[in-house]
Design a protein around this ligand. Structure first.
Ligand SMILES: Nc1ncnc2c1ncn2[C@@H]1O[C@H](COP(=O)(O)OP(=O)(O)OP(=O)(O)O)[C@@H](O)[C@H]1O
Length: 645
């Protein structure tokens, strides 16, 4: 059978992974029930949107010996629906939730290969690398999120005698349905642009969708939009709508407010557009490409200077240009968080901010204070993890009997805000004392002064979930309920869709006029950022000082060595992992020697005193894989502490 170039590449990867066509008995990798539950929890949004589509596909294929599958971006099966008889047969080759169909484990197969090749495809019969999968014919399509990242794959697997030419089209369309649902949810509140070469293509599965941030940056686009505008994923977050459509944001917003007939527009590159505004304040744009040359790619728009941007922000969001708006850069989760904080503003409700180290909890706490009615009052912070019990007591409650008396933070924050950083690190006796003060809502009087009401807004931050701290006895339950009026979980940087905007903000804050080159945004978006915003801010600061005086764009070569190294490792994964373990081609089969599991990785990291780089070296895998394994084992938080080492 002549191999297509795609199959050649995939077979080559399978071979390099140490697989042999007759290999892999029953010992293929399979997530434990706990790991599967965690993965399903992590991907709950994808699963929720995919489930009705899976059911729809199942209806289309019912009675044809088929199973419909949903996988995550690593090829782990998250959901499956199929004909009972065939499902049992499929389960024998691990076509069931928890199995991992990444090419490195199961060779050429529709799910793993579509993820590796980033395209929809069919793998039929003996095109599968492993003989045992030869009875299957499978069609799969990647699923891409609004930020342009592949987040999973959809697959229909059938008995190879049931191969049908239309299956690939069906899977591809179904994947688009899921992507559209994700898009609508993630960008329900923002401005949305809809493109098509024909007016009747609007709202069809082939429409281009684009979402804009409040200040006009492109923060989401589906594959059709990128293809119609000849853009790449890296442009998401790096372009402004006005540079694409020749319309300033005010005009777009004005149209969004008034229902109107579609309006013709000509883009700067000659593309004809029709713009229609609907009542739900989304915008529909119909695009007709004119005689643009194929290589006439849209140039990335130059980033406006920070002064341009701040001027525009002030104009575009009257009354909203406060410290909190610095967190609404385009990521839907953060936008929702900011919305909830604005509604909370000034209410006497305890606020708890949870999130990984460096995800911006302290920065957000400061922004809450600066944007609320207590902004003119004091802002104080107590770092509960960094002081011993006596010092904490003195710092929080003061030393009233001393001459002069030391007031303590509870008193000095009166009329303002007190941030309790890592509140569960307060020793239990101090927690009891704090609870009493909060319940009394009064401060013990200083000598010669009357007792005073507390009058302090409390914000607690924690890297761990406070409810878990209660469960393990580190935080008093009664204090927890007193502190916890509204709990918000900040997303880790790797899950945010506003990386480009955050880079600009951090560079601005560092006083740098530099910008991140669009080509660099894609690798940065795939990096897991264990140190979150803190790590990004440091990397950008370090990179910006590497620029020559005539340079403005930060590129790969300007990044710190360790980050560059990790990005390079990441670019080579998963094959790099395999090489580290197997010593390249010809090594023993995957079934005999697997990647170290999460427990082994956790043990090695502990032996290396939390130094992830050293653990990676000892295990012969990349640091990024170490990090991923720790997260699988639920130990990401512990690793965060040492991740910057
Ligand atoms: N909107 C933002 N999102 C993420 N990071 C930000 C943001 N704004 C600023 N940062 C950067 O991230 C750094 C870390 O932020 P911050 O100290 O608030 O994190 P944290 O979650 O409180 O971390 P830790 O738990 O380690 O104390 C800041 O100093 C800043 O450089």
């Amino acid at each position: 059978m002549p191999l297509t170039p795609l199959l050649q590449r995939s077979w080559q990867r399978s071979q390099e992974a140490g697989l042999t066509p007759a290999g892999l008995g029953s010992a293929g990798p399979h997530a434990s029930a706990v790991q599967l539950a965690r993965a399903r929890d992590r991907h709950h949004e994808l699963i929720a949107h995919a489930r009705p589509v899976l059911e729809f596909l199942f209806e289309q294929t019912r009675g044809t010996d088929s199973v419909v599958l949903l996988a995550d971006a690593q090829g782990m099966l998250l959901d499956a629906i199929g004909d009972t008889g065939f499902s049992q047969r499929a389960a024998r080759v691990a076509l069931r939730p928890g199995a991992i169909w990444h090419e490195q484990w199961r060779g050429t197969n529709a799910i793993g290969t579509c993820l590796a090749e980033e395209q929809a495809l069919v793998i039929h019969g003996d095109e599968h690398y492993l003989d045992r999968n030869g009875f299957l014919t499978c069609a799969a399509s990647p699923i891409v999120d609004p930020a342009g990242r592949i987040i999973g794959a959809l697959d229909i697997s059938s008995d190879h005698r049931q191969a049908h030419r239309h299956t690939l089209g069906l899977v591809r369309s179904a994947a688009r349905m899921i992507e559209q649902r994700l898009f609508e949810t993630r960008h329900a509140q923002g401005l949305r642009l809809r493109f098509h070469s024909r007016p009747e293509g609007i709202a069809s599965l082939t429409e281009g969708l684009m979402a804009l941030s409040d200040d006009g940056w492109v923060i989401g686009a589906n594959a059709a939009a990128l293809s119609m505008l000849k853009l790449e994923r890296g442009h998401i977050g790096a372009l402004r709508a006005d540079s694409l459509f020749g319309l300033d944001l005010r005009s777009i917003e004005a149209m969004a407010r008034t229902p109107a007939e579609p309006r013709a527009l000509r883009c700067p590159d000659g593309t004809m557009l029709w713009l229609r505004v609907d009542r739900s304040h989304s915008i529909e744009v119909m695009a007709r490409r004119t005689d643009r040359q194929p290589d006439d790619a849209l140039p990335p728009s130059p980033s406006p200077s920070s002064s341009d941007r701040s001027a525009q922000t002030t104009q575009d969001r009257p009354g909203q240009d406060d410290a909190l708006s610095g967190f609404a850069l385009g990521d839907p989760t953060l936008r929702q968080i900011v919305g909830r904080l604005r509604r909370l503003s000034g209410a006497p409700v305890g606020l708890v901010l949870q999130g990984e180290s460096g995800s911006g909890k302290s920065a957000l706490a400061q922004a809450v204070h600066r944007s609320g009615p207590r902004r003119d009052g004091p802002l104080r912070t107590l770092h509960c993890a960094s002081l011993d019990a006596d010092l904490l007591d003195d710092t929080l409650f003061g030393r009233p009997l001393e001459r002069p008396p030391a007031p303590g933070l509870l008193r000095s924050a009166r009329g303002g805000t007190l941030v309790l950083d890592e509140v569960a690190d307060l020793p239990l006796p101090l927690q009891a004392r704090l609870l009493r003060a909060l319940q009394d809502d009064m401060l013990a009087p200083l000598p010669g002064e009357p007792a005073q009401p507390l009058d302090v807004a409390l914000i607690c931050t924690s890297r761990r979930r406070l409810i878990d701290e209660v469960a393990c006895g580190r935080l008093r339950e009664d204090l927890y309920y007193r502190l916890n009026g509204l709990t918000l979980m900040l997303p880790p940087l790797r899950e945010r869709s506003d990386l480009a905007a955050l880079c600009r903000q951090l560079l601005d804050a560092a006083g740098s006029a530099a910008a991140v080159h669009p080509d660099l945004l894609e690798p940065l978006a795939h990096y897991p950022w264990p140190g979150n915003g803190r790590q990004l801010a440091n990397a950008l600061r370090a990179a910006s000082v590497q620029l020559e005086p005539h340079e403005r764009m930060i590129r790969l070569e300007h990044l710190p060595d360790d980050l560059r190294e990790e990005l390079a490792t990441l670019a080579q994964q998963p094959m790099q992992d395999l090489k580290g373990i197997k010593g390249g081609l010809g090594g023993p089969g995957r079934a005999e020697r697997a990647l170290p599991d999460a427990a082994e990785v956790a043990r090695t990291v502990a032996a290396c005193k939390g130094n992830l780089s050293e653990a990676a070296r000892r295990l012969g895998i990349s640091r990024n894989t170490v990090y991923r394994r720790l997260r699988e084992a639920g130990e990401g938080t512990a690793a965060d502490d040492s991740a910057s080492r």
